[in-house]
Design a protein around this ligand. Sequence first.
Ligand SMILES: *Cc1c(COP(=O)(O)O)cnc(C)c1O
Length: 365
Amino acid sequence: MKWKKQILDLEPYQPGRTIEAVKKEFNLEKVTKLASNENPFGCSPLVKEWLKNFDRSFALYPDGYATELRKEMAKRLNIEENQLLFGNGSDNILQVVSSTILEPGKNTVMAVPTFSQYRHNAVIAGAEVREVPLINGAHDLDGMLAAIDENTAIVWICNPNNPTGVYITEDEMIPFLKKVPDHVLVVLDEAYREYVVADDIYDAVSLVKTFKNVLVTRTFSKIYGMASFRVGYAFGHPDIIKYFNAVREPFNVNTFGQGAAVQALRDQEFIEECRKKNRQGLEQFYEFCRQEKLNYFPSQTNFILIDFGCNGDDVFHYLMTKGYIVRSGNALGFPTSVRVTVGSKEQNEGVIEAMRSFIKERAIG
Ligand SMILES: *Cc1c(COP(=O)(O)O)cnc(C)c1O
């Protein structure tokens, strides 16, 4: 067959082990997954209520325009309906953006380490990938500017960055955007935006008003606690949104996702509560790191990258035997760290205790 040559050694995404698989393998009764930055508090009760009362036919295609969700979102963000793009998770949006713009002969600039899908999609599209190393967990914006040339098509910025949790302030972002040439699309992946409490972050809506080459992506998978529904969205200038809308699949957000997302948006109290509890959870981890003298990046997200100064796989495997699934930093570009999703207070206490006993046993053994 005539495969594209760049996909021949492409690896499928490694989704991490499921709770059921770990229970079985280690003969555990209770297993807690703190690996994929899902919301430990689930989603708004309004979503469950809406689903329970759902009485439309399963045989009908979803609304390809996501009319109700679009109206609700436009109102919330105070933007026009034609500034919005919806997707089957924001992963789908990243894919659509890539396939709309990238092709052989063009290049794309991103940080490293960052979210894996920017590179993955660019490789599939046959574009050259230019990776600019993080500095202290943060995007090297000057380095990224230096990597841009006349063939650069997209710059990907993950803000706050996954897997470090570090964010870019307004004072850093605006001068950067002013220097990016007009022919370059800047994608700001804000999957964790709702977790940010720092008050010096920019206002994304006013950014896209000023900079027509900026696209902001967000998701219902993280703080909204709806990863299983697969709903993501993006906003930007109507002149760029129209091309992505033409490329996307016609029915890329399912009926249940659309309806659930409308409900979730209406319950901002729930979001506020989650943001608050997440902050308290992060403090639990900071305290642990200070006591054990471990390095970590201060986080504006619902995860924390902790450096254990040894192979991250060892920490990962040990925690799994104790019933906690985290992500080894090995796969994330930080080989001596693990990335832990902030859970409920009790879950955090549990995983912290397990991490403490890892450190103790290592000191003895
Ligand atoms: C989780 C995540 C996404 C993708 O989320 P979806 O479930 O596809 O909406 C995108 N970007 C980053 C940085 C993420 O961490």
